[in-house]
Each structure stands twice: as structure tokens, then as C-alpha cells.
Design a protein around this ligand. Structure first.
Ligand code: IMP
Ligand code: MG
Length: 191
């Protein structure tokens, strides 16, 4: 059974199916050491206080690891989230970004680190940066765990990038395919 059939059939995916169908790309140790480096690099770049705004849902594991790393580095940051329309059950972006859930707090005058799991076409983060600036943030810097530069539909460039990858579809570490695989502790490729 392929992952596509499994997911569309709403059946849960067994360990064996995952091992057969998700090819490991970055393991837990590789991710953890990159998150540690990123937190240092980001901490050095901002002057003064900043807050994190995560883009749900894909970012939640990455943000959880990042904030704890910032805390270890003596930076107990505030965190908020926005939620943007997802890919639904597809592997391709619909190209139409919608804001499903907005920030509860006023962020006027704040410096923001906007965090997402992946930048692919760049449409979501381009939209999110504009949105945060419209709300009055004094500065927005962007951080993604994974960048797929070959897929870009605009000239979006993230300020901080965990890993740059080819045009492959990935899952795990919070990243899903049709709602599945978010809980995998590593990142793998789905063919
Ligand atoms: P963009 O607007 O095309 O840049 O898409 C960004 C969002 O699409 C990411 O934040 C992910 O949530 C999702 N996405 C892009 N590539 C993948 C992938 O390989 N696996 C799972 N989700 C993806
Ligand atoms: Mg995302």
C-alpha cells in the first residue's frame, strides 16, 4: 500500500509502512545541533528584545526546540502563532494563502522572528511578513528549518535557514503529509 493510499484511506500508518516509505534525511542529532547553531546565530543578529511568531501548524516542533534553546542561552522569549491555510491533502501549494488564525496581541513596535517549517514557493512567508509588518512590528526576520530554493515562485529569501534541500516532499519533526507523520522525531522524504 502506498502512503497516498494509506492516507486517503484514513487508516493509521504502521511502523513498518513508515520505515518502508519515509527515507530518512536528517536524524534527531543532526536537527538538534543545527537548532543549537541557529539559536546562537539569531541571538547575535537581533539588537534588543524580540518575540517569536510561529506559522502553524508545521512549525510547532521546531518552535518548541528553538525557544528552549534560546532559554538555555539566557533569552526567555515570548511566543505567539498565526495559522495559514495548509496544503490540504495535496503535495502542491494551491497558491492562494489565507489567514486562518491571527495574533491575539498587539505587536506594534516589536521586533519579530517569524518561524516556519519550510519555505517552498515562498508565497506563505511573503504573505506572513507583510501581515506582521501591517500590524506594526518594527522589524521582521524570518527563520525556516528547511528551504527548497528550486521551488520558489517569488524572490523570497529567509534570513535564517536550517537546511537547504532539493525539490523533495518531506515529513516528520512537525511536518505532515495530509495530517500524517508529524510525530516522527526525524525528517524523511516521501516519494
Ligand atoms: P509555500 O507557501 O509554498 O512556501 O509553502 C510553505 C508551506 O507549505 C510550508 O510551511 C509547509 O507547511 C508546506 N510544505 C512545503 N513543502 C512541504 C513538504 O515537503 N512537506 C510538507 N509540507 C510542505
Ligand atoms: Mg508551514
Amino acid at each position: 500500500m502506498s502512503i497516498r493510499e494509506t492516507v486517503q484511506g484514513e487508516t493509521s500508518v504502521s511502523e513498518t509502512e513508515i520505515k518502508k516509505q519515509v527515507r530518512p534525511l536528517y536524524d534527531e542529532t543532526e536537527i538538534a545541533s543545527r537548532v543549537e547553531e541557529l539559536a546562537k546565530e539569531i541571538g547575535r543578529t537581533f539588537e534588543g528584545d524580540f518575540m517569536i511568531v510561529g506559522v502553524l501548524k508545521g512549525c510547532f516542533v521546531f518552535v518548541a526546540d528553538l525557544i528552549r534553546q534560546f532559554n538555555r542561552n539566557g533569552m526567555p522569549l515570548e511566543v505567539e502563532f498565526i495559522r495559514l491555510s495548509s496544503y490540504g491533502r495535496d503535495k502542491e501549494s494551491s497558491g492562494d494563502v489565507k489567514l486562518l488564525s491571527d495574533l491575539p496581541e498587539d505587536i506594534a513596535g516589536k521586533q519579530v522572528l517569524l518561524v516556519d517549517d519550510i519555505v517552498d514557493t515562498g508565497l506563505s512567508l511573503d504573505y506572513a511578513v507583510e501581515h506582521i509588518l501591517k500590524k506594526g512590528a518594527s522589524q521582521v526576520k524570518t527563520c525556516v528549518l528547511l528551504d527548497k530554493p528550486s521551488r520558489r515562485a517569488n524572490d523570497f529569501k529567509a534570513d535564517f535557514i536550517g537546511f537547504s534541500i532539493d525539490d523533495v516532499f518531506v515529513v516528520g519533526y512537525g511536518i505532515d503529509y495530509a495530517g500524517q507523520y508529524r510525530s516522527l522525531p526525524y525528517i524523511g522524504i516521501v516519494d
